[in-house]
Design a protein around this ligand. Structure first.
Ligand code: PEP
Length: 253
């Protein structure tokens, strides 16, 4: 049985007061459910607050990025070992906003994936195509390039301690969601890319969907056999919505 994950990506949102209210509400509303992991990925300055607030709760936390380097003259960067020191569990790697806005390449993303695991963190590797690429018939090639870069650098066994997130760029923050069937097709394809190297690793791999997941569409998407949960942006900032999405994931186990 694969583990399921619902992770919230706060992006560059929050303040100490807003975080406190959100976390307090989440701790009250999200009960521990067997086989379902729940995490919030907060901006760096709030990680200590999040770690403190979630201590002893069933919710874990993660960061939204890390450096591919362990230490050195990299102003503004944060290493995996720094995150690990605070009790970080997950770290997003290769989110489309990092790839597009910060020019992160497939090989840099792969190096970040390896750096995360070196520090004992679980990378959540994000992959997805733009609408132009999908319409142009390039989707499979794009996904292959993104996944292959990591498989080549990290090796397939590394996917035993990782999560894959399918995030079609056209669905992130747009209100436009992949249909459950579209999500299932791509998730099955992603699993087959890993299975080509190791079927057992592929079968155990948690693959979550991200892109405008809301309480109203979560259950239908999470019901698909190869969709093992979600990476949630906007709706993770609204405690009631995020809790409802977690409940939907728990219901379809
Ligand atoms: C995301 O930020 O990864 C995301 C999926 O955002 P949203 O849920 O807002 O589309």
């Amino acid at each position: 049985m694969r583990r399921r994950l619902v992770a919230g990506n706060w992006k560059m949102h929050g303040s100490r007061a807003v975080n406190l209210a959100l976390l307090t509400s989440l701790k009250r509303s999200i009960a521990q459910v067997g086989g379902l992991d729940v995490a919030v990925c907060a901006p760096y300055p709030y990680l200590e607050q999040v770690a403190e607030s979630l201590r002893g709760s069933s919710i874990s936390w993660g960061a939204q990025d890390l450096s591919e380097h362990d230490a050195g003259a990299y102003t503004g960067e944060v290493s995996g070992s720094m995150l690990a020191e605070f009790g970080c569990t997950y770290v997003l790697v290769g989110h489309s906003e990092r790839r597009v806005l910060h020019g992160e390449t497939d090989s840099q993303v792969a190096a970040k994936f390896v750096a995360a695991q070196r520090a004992g963190l679980v990378p959540v590797l994000c992959a997805g195509e733009t609408l132009e690429q999908r319409d142009g018939g390039e989707m499979q090639g794009v996904l292959l390039r993104q996944i292959d870069a990591v498989l080549k650098m990290a090796g397939v066994a590394a996917f035993k301690r990782a999560v894959l997130a399918y995030e079609p760029v056209w669905a992130i923050g747009t209100g436009r969601t992949a249909s459950p069937v579209q999500a299932q097709e791509v998730h099955r394809h992603l699993r087959s890319l890993v299975a080509a190297q190791d079927a057992e690793v592929a079968e155990g791999l948690t693959i979550v969907y991200g892109g405008s997941v809301k309480p109203g569409n979560a259950k239908e998407i999470f019901s698909m056999p190869d969709v093992d949960g979600g990476l949630i942006g906007g709706a993770s900032l609204v405690a009631g919505d995020f809790a409802a999405i977690c409940s939907a994931a728990a219901e379809v186990q």
